[in-house]
Design a protein. Structure first.
Length: 292
C-alpha cells in the first residue's frame, strides 16, 4: 500500500470502514466514518443532553420537561390545565399619581423636576398639579399665571399687589397690565409679526426629550401646521411629517388632549385653544389623529 498510515477505520464493529477523512465524535471521542458520524448514527453514550424547551403557542410560555418526556404531550397538558393565564389587573401598575384625588397610574414614572414627586401624564406639568416648589399668590392671580411668570422670568403678582385681577372671556385670568406684558416680553418669535396679530402659546416638547417648555408667539393667521414646523425647528426636534410613516408630529391641546387640525389657522382654534394656552408637541399614531 502506498500510504499505509493514511485514514482511520470506523469504530463500529460491523463497519470498520477505512475512511481517509474520519470524524471524531465530540462526545465519546471515537472515530467514525461519514455514515456513522452523528450521535444517533453510532448511538453515542456521551451525547450532550438536548435542553430545548417547548414553547406554548397560546401564551408563549416556555415549559419544563422531564428527560425522555414527549414535548407535544407536555404542551397539550399545559393547555388543558388552564392556558392562557388570566390577564393581570390594571391595578398592578406601578407609579401612582401624587395629585390628590387622582387614581391614574403609569407604566413609566413621570417625576416633577421641582417637587420630585411622580405624576400621571395629565398632571405631569407644574401647571397641572399642586407643586409645592412653585409659589402661588391666590389673592392676586391664578396658579397657572404664577407658574408662567416664574418659568419665563416675569415679575410675580406680589410686586404689584394693588392691581385687580380680571378673567377674560377666553378663559385666561390676567391683570390688566403686569401679567400680559411680563409674559409677552419673554416670549420668543418672529419680531416682524405685528403686535395685534400675535398668538401666544406655551409650548411643551415631547416626553422623550429634555427640552424645556417655551413661551412663543406666532401670527394668528398662520395654520397649525406652519406653527408646528416653527416649534419643531425652535426645539431642534426632527420633523419627518413630509415622509410616509405610522407616526406624525402633532400639536395637542393640554386642556382637552385632542389633536389640533393642521389646516386650521390659529385664530380659528378658539375655544379649544386660546392665546396663552399650553400645547404639547408629540408623535401620534394615525388612528389617534382625531381633531377637535
Amino acid at each position: 500500500m502506498e500510504f499505509p498510515n493514511l485514514g482511520s477505520h470506523c469504530d463500529i464493529k460491523d463497519c470498520k470502514l477505512l475512511d481517509f477523512l474520519p470524524f471524531t465524535c465530540d462526545g465519546c471521542r471515537k472515530t467514525y466514518c461519514l455514515e456513522h458520524r452523528s450521535y444517533s448514527g453510532h448511538k453515542c453514550s456521551a451525547a450532550p443532553v438536548d435542553v430545548t424547551l417547548p414553547q406554548c403557542p397560546l401564551c408563549s410560555q416556555y415549559l419544563n420537561v422531564k428527560p425522555n418526556e414527549d414535548l407535544n404531550r407536555r404542551v397539550e397538558e399545559h393547555i388543558v390545565k388552564g392556558c392562557p393565564p388570566e390577564p393581570k389587573q390594571a391595578t398592578n401598575l406601578h407609579n401612582p399619581c401624587s395629585q390628590k384625588g387622582c387614581k391614574n397610574r403609569e407604566v413609566v414614572p413621570l417625576f416633577c423636576k421641582l417637587c420630585l414627586k411622580n405624576y400621571c401624564f395629565s398632571h405631569r406639568l407644574q401647571l397641572d398639579h399642586t407643586c409645592s416648589q412653585t409659589p402661588v399668590n391666590h389673592n392676586n392671580t391664578t396658579k397657572r399665571e404664577s407658574n408662567l411668570l416664574a418659568k419665563f422670568g416675569g415679575p410675580t403678582p406680589n410686586q404689584n399687589s394693588n392691581q385687580k385681577v380680571s378673567v377674560n372671556t377666553k378663559g385666561l385670568s390676567t391683570t390688566d397690565k403686569t401679567i400680559p406684558s411680563a409674559l409677552k416680553l419673554n416670549a420668543k418669535g418672529d419680531a416682524k409679526i405685528p403686535e395685534n396679530k400675535r398668538f401666544y402659546l406655551e409650548v411643551v416638547y415631547p416626553l422623550s426629550s429634555t427640552i424645556q417648555p417655551k413661551l412663543m408667539f406666532f401670527n394668528q393667521e398662520w395654520s397649525v401646521g406652519k406653527a408646528l414646523d416653527v416649534i419643531a425647528d425652535a426645539g431642534g426636534v426632527i420633523n419627518n411629517n413630509n415622509k410616509p410613516g405610522p407616526e406624525k408630529l402633532c400639536l395637542l391641546s393640554l386642556k382637552t388632549g385632542e389633536v389640533l387640525p393642521t389646516s386650521v389657522p390659529l385664530s380659528g382654534l378658539s375655544p379649544h385653544v386660546c392665546s396663552f394656552d399650553a400645547i404639547l408637541l408629540e408623535k401620534v399614531e394615525a388612528k389617534r389623529r382625531t381633531v377637535c
